[in-house]
Design a protein around this ligand. Structure first.
Ligand SMILES: Nc1ncnc2c1ncn2[C@@H]1O[C@H](COP(=O)(O)OP(=O)(O)O)[C@@H](O)[C@H]1O
Ligand SMILES: [Mg+2]
Length: 333
C-alpha cells in the first residue's frame, strides 16, 4: 500500500556564519496509514528538523535536498500555498510546549473557532462553531468544555492546554499527526493521559502518528515501529518488538541499556559514554564510532549501509550485535 508520508534521501543543512552545517543526512522514512511510529535518539540527533522538514516549517537558513512525498505526490517541489493547505489539515504537528501554538491573549474558544474556520471555508453560524468546538474539546477529554471556551490559556494546566492544541489540530481532521515530545513538559500522570489520548485518536480516527520522544518505555507501550536516529541519520528501524528485543546497532543497545526497567532488579544502568557531536564536527566513517565500544578500524573510514536483520528490521553497522541471545551477551560484555 502507498505510504501516507515518505522521505527519500532527505538532507537538511543550515547555512551558518561558520559555513553549511549538515543536520539531516540522508533519511529514508515511510509512514503508513494508521500506524504509530516512534522517533528516538538523543538531543541533537535531528529528530525535530526531520519533522519540521515534513511540515514545510524549516528555518529560513535551511537547505533541503531529497524528496518528501505525501500520498505519492512530491511535496518539496509544491508551492507554499499547497503546502500551507496541507499543513494544519491533512498534516498537523504538536510541540513540547503548547504555548508555542496557543495565543496567550485570546480565549480558548476564539482560537478553536479560528482553527475550525480555516478548515471550513463555508461560513458557519456562531452556534454551529460553538457546537463543533465543544465536540472537539470533548473528543480530547477536556472536562467542563463550556467553561473552557471562555478561559485564557494561563487559566488552564499544561496538560489541558496540550489537549486544547490537539483539539485545534483535529479541526482539520488530519491523517498524520506529528507529536514532537508532546509530554516532555508535563508531569508523569498527565504524560500518560496524553499518550493514552494519542492512542485513542489512532484507534478511533485511524490517524497515523509520528511520536518523537526520549521515553523508550512510551515507545514500547505505544508504537508499532521505532526509528532510531543518530547525528542526522537513521541507524536502526523496525517493529518495536523486534528492535527492542534484539537491537542490532550498538547505539540502540546503548539507549536501551541506559533505561531503568521495572521488571528487573538490576540497577546497573549504563549511560552511553560521551556526547552527541555537533553536526559540524563529524569525522569520516560511522558517526557513532568514537562512542562505540565495538568500533573496528573500518568504522572510522567508511559509512555503513542499511542492511536487513530481517525484511522489516534494518540497521546500519559494521559491527552489529548478533541475533543469537548468547552471542549477544558475549558481545555486550
Ligand atoms: N536554524 C538552525 N540553524 C543552525 N542549526 C540548527 C538550526 N535548527 C536546528 N539546528 C541544529 O540541528 C541539530 C539537530 O537539531 P534537532 O532536530 O532539534 O535535534 P533533536 O530534535 O533530535 O534534539 C542541532 O545541532 C541544532 O543545533
Ligand atoms: Mg527536538
Amino acid at each position: 500500500m502507498q505510504p501516507l508520508l515518505e522521505m527519500r534521501n532527505l538532507q537538511v543543512g543550515f547555512a551558518t556564519e561558520l559555513g553549511p552545517v549538515p543536520v539531516v543526512r540522508g533519511v529514508d522514512l515511510q509512514i503508513g496509514r494508521g500506524e504509530i511510529v516512534g522517533l528516538v535518539g538523543e538531543s541533537g540527533s535531528g529528530k525535530s528538523v526531520t519533522c519540521m522538514a515534513a511540515m514545510g516549517l524549516l528555518d529560513d537558513n535551511a537547505r533541503l535536498q531529497g524528496e518528501i512525498r505525501w500520498q505519492g505526490k512530491r511535496l518539496a517541489t509544491q508551492n507554499d500555498k499547497a503546502m500551507s493547505v496541507l499543513r494544519g489539515s491533512e498534516l498537523a504537528m504538536i510541540f513540547q510546549d503548547p504555548m508555542s501554538t496557543l495565543n496567550p491573549v485570546q480565549t480558548i474558544g476564539k482560537q478553536l473557532y479560528e482553527a475550525i474556520c480555516i478548515n471550513h471555508p463555508e461560513r458557519m453560524s456562531r452556534r454551529k462553531l460553538q457546537t463543533r468546538a465543544l465536540d472537539l474539546l470533548r473528543d480530547v477529554g477536556v472536562p467542563a468544555p463550556e467553561q473552557r471556551l471562555k478561559a485564557y490559556p494561563h487559566q488552564l494546566s499544561g496538560g489541558l492546554n496540550q489537549r486544547v492544541v490537539i483539539a485545534m489540530m483535529l479541526a482539520g481532521n488530519p491523517s498524520l499527526l506529528i507529536a514532537d515530545e508532546p509530554t516532555t513538559a508535563l508531569d508523569v500522570t498527565v504524560q500518560a493521559q496524553i499518550i493514552e489520548l494519542l492512542q485513542e485518536l489512532r484507534s478511533k480516527r485511524g490517524m497515523s502518528i509520528i511520536l518523537v520522544t526520549h521515553d523508550l518505555g512510551v515507545v514500547a507501550e505505544t508504537c508499532d515501529r521505532v526509528v532510531v536516529m543518530y547525528c542526522g541519520e537513521i541507524v536502526e528501524h523496525g517493529p518495536v518488538s523486534k528492535v527492542f528485543s534484539n537491537p542490532r546497532h550498538p547505539y540502540t543497545h546503548g539507549l536501551l541499556a541506559s533505561l531503568p526497567r521495572i521488571d528487573s532488579s538490576d540497577t546497573n544502568l549504563e549511560p552511553i559514554p560521551g556526547v552527541v557531536p555537533h553536526p559540524d564536527q563529524l569525522s569520516e566513517g560511522c558517526a557513532f564510532a568514537p562512542r562505540c565500544p565495538h568500533a573496528a578500524a573500518c568504522c572510522y573510514s567508511g559509512s555503513p549501509m542499511m542492511q536487513c536483520s530481517d525484511s522489516e528490521h534494518l540497521f546500519a553497522c559494521f559491527s552489529p550485535f548478533p541475533v543469537n541471545a548468547e552471542s549477544r551477551q558475549a558481545h555486550a560484555s
